[in-house]
Design a protein around this ligand. Structure first.
Ligand SMILES: *[C@@H]1O[C@H](CO)[C@@H](O)[C@H](O)[C@H]1NC(C)=O
Ligand SMILES: *[C@@H]1O[C@H](CO)[C@@H](O)[C@H](O)[C@H]1NC(C)=O
Length: 325
């Protein structure tokens, strides 16, 4: 049944439009009409002149697979005296399938006192698991090896890894991979899991109750997993069900950054997100949970919603606490 959320009418129309466009671009044989989707997925060019106090530029990591990132530098970030900005390595959402780092929907600075690196990773179904995780990890390595050349006045020893939805899932797996690697400069000190996309074969209460919630429906989560996971695997694949029956990593043995998990009270994925939080806790990790009551999946990206500013507020508190510890 659909939930009766009170939404501003503009958003109501927008959500229907997003849903309609995604339906339109998905072919019956499981592929995506990428060219058609690109027509709707409007892009923002980088801007040298600061917008809301933030300038942006793009850097290529590997052109042969279109791996690059958009860099957000807050004012003062190109000034020697401010060389201690933390860095947020960010992965956008979109079910591993939609959007790019320069998509209109994601080209947003969150008014954080941090340099943000938003990674443009490969998309499913053209590129399946683990391409996205490889790209995310490659971005960290690139930052580590090229930090001086990038002339970013920030401290690579103060890196947060972050993502929303599928980007939150990506950030988890990249952080696990990073734990086994010796970086020279980069150090992950925090992980922001913003309504991360996790799942499994089981149907949770939230999935049954909110199956036709705004932005993300049960039908679309199933489609996203199918598009992303290797052919023949089910949703208990360890990429989706991190603490499930097929889980491949003993998280208690992984050196993992302090984590903040956001849950939306009306998010279809909230039970999976809570299990993720509980799984980390059981594995002895330092993890915090913030539940935002009215939020449905993706709420934080819509600045019109009062919930959106709550996310930003909590992100600031979490970062500040870690940075001053
Ligand atoms: C799926 O359908 C499209 C359009 O009809 C076609 O171009 C494509 O080759 C098909 N792909 C597969 C894997 O069947
Ligand atoms: C760039 O990506 C291509 C295609 O994935 C890969 O074959 C190549 O090794 C990558 N180059 C570097 C320098 O990592």
């Amino acid at each position: 049944m659909s939930t009766s959320l009170k939404l501003p009418w503009k958003l109501h129309i927008l959500f229907h439009l997003i849903y309609f466009i995604q339906k339109l671009c998905v072919r019956s044989n499981g592929t995506l009409n990428r060219r058609l989707h690109n027509l709707f997925d409007l892009k923002n060019p980088p801007t040298k002149t600061p917008k809301n106090g933030v300038s942006t530029s793009d850097t290529v990591i590997n052109s042969s697979r279109n791996l690059w990132f958009r860099l957000y530098t807050p004012q003062g970030g190109d000034n020697e005296e401010n060389s201690n900005f933390p860095i947020i390595i960010y992965f956008h959402g979109g079910g591993f399938t939609f959007f790019k780092a320069d998509s209109f929907a994601y080209d947003n600075s969150l008014e954080l006192q941090a340099v943000i690196i938003s990674v443009n990773y490969r998309l499913a179904p053209e590129h399946k698991f683990p391409s996205q995780y490889e790209d995310g990890f490659e971005a960290l390595k690139f930052l580590d090896e090229n930090f001086d050349k990038l002339s970013i006045n920030a401290d690579p020893g103060l890196c947060f890894i972050a993502g929303d939805s599928a980007g939150g899932n990506l950030a988890h797996h990249v952080a696990v991979k990073a734990a086994k690697y010796e970086f020279q400069r980069v150090k992950l000190i925090g992980y922001l899991a913003i309504q991360p996309f996790f799942g499994g074969e089981e149907r949770t209460e939230a999935e049954k109750c909110n199956s036709r919630a705004p932005v993300l429906t049960l039908e679309s989560t199933d489609w996203f997993w199918k598009a992303f996971l290797p052919d023949g695997s089910d949703r208990d694949h360890p990429a989706a069900n991190v603490f499930g029956p097929k889980s491949a990593v003993d998280m208690s043995q992984v050196e993992f950054p302090e984590t903040l998990v956001f849950i939306g009270g009306s998010d279809i994925l909230k039970d999976w997100q809570r299990r993720y939080y509980e799984g980390l806790k059981k594995a002895g990790k330092e993890v915090h949970l913030v539940e935002i009551p009215g939020a449905f999946h993706g709420s934080y990206a819509f600045k019109e919603l009062k919930e959106s500013s709550l996310f930003v507020k909590e992100i600031k508190i979490f970062m500040k606490r870690i940075l001053t510890d």
